[in-house]
Design a protein. Sequence first.
Length: 153
Amino acid sequence: MLFYYLNRTGYNGLCRFNQSGEFNVPFGSYKNINYRSDFLEYVEAFSGWRFTNVPFEKLALLPEDFVYADPPYDVEFRQYSKGGFIWEQQEKTAHWLASHPGPVVLSNQATPRIVKLYRKLGYSLKFLQGPRRISCNGDRTPAEEVLAIRNLS
C-alpha cells in the first residue's frame, strides 16, 4: 500500500531510489489525486498470477510463459536503484531472455549498441517514437525506441 501511495503522489508516477536505497522522487503537483481504496475487483484477474521481487535469473519460467521486460534504458542516467544498471547487466538480461523458449518482448531506447545486441541475439525489432514524460531539462522530444520480439507470431 505504501508503494501505491508513493506512486500516486510522486512526480509523474516515477519510481527511483538513491545510492542508500531510499525512495528518491519529489512530490508531484496534482489538483486531485484519485486513490483507490477497494481493489477487490482485481482479485479474480490476478488470482493465477504470482508477484515476486527476485533477480531475473532466479525466476522459474515455464516454457510457455510470456515475458515482457523493460530493463533500464541504455542512456546516461541509469541510477534507478542502488548500484545502477551497467551494460553487462543489460547484456545478461537480453541473453537470458533469448534462451527462453516462450514469447518474449523487451523494450528499450534504440541506441546503436542496444539494436546491435538484440539483432545479434535473433530478436525481431520494431521501431517507434516514444513520448518523454520525465526530463531533467524539460525536453519532451520523443525518442526512438525499440521493441525486441522473440517467439511471438
